[in-house]
Design a protein around this ligand. Structure first.
Ligand SMILES: [Zn+2]
Length: 81
């Protein structure tokens, strides 16, 4: 987890960019384009960054991550570490 990702995630939460839209499903605004948003469902996100990470690292024991997943963790009070 890079410091930049965590900083982006915190900013998203602080600016109200995270909303719960269903049971364990969250809509998170894109940090680069406020008109876009992504759906985070459990441990997955539908942003291109997550898809790329998973494509290259999936199955190697590395869990994909992105600022949206991290924002949801902070939003739920599980972040900060
Ligand atoms: Zn994402």
């Amino acid at each position: 987890m890079s410091a930049g990702t965590l900083r982006k995630a915190k900013r998203l939460v602080e600016s109200g960019g995270v909303a719960e839209v269903g049971d364990g499903i969250y809509q998170v605004r894109s940090s680069s384009d406020a008109s876009k948003s992504y759906i985070v469902d459990g441990d997955s996100c539908d942003c291109p960054g997550y898809a790329n990470f998973y494509k290259f690292h999936g199955g190697k024991g590395i869990r994909a991550n992105c600022s949206h997943l991290e924002a949801v963790r902070i939003f739920r009070g599980e972040g900060g570490g």
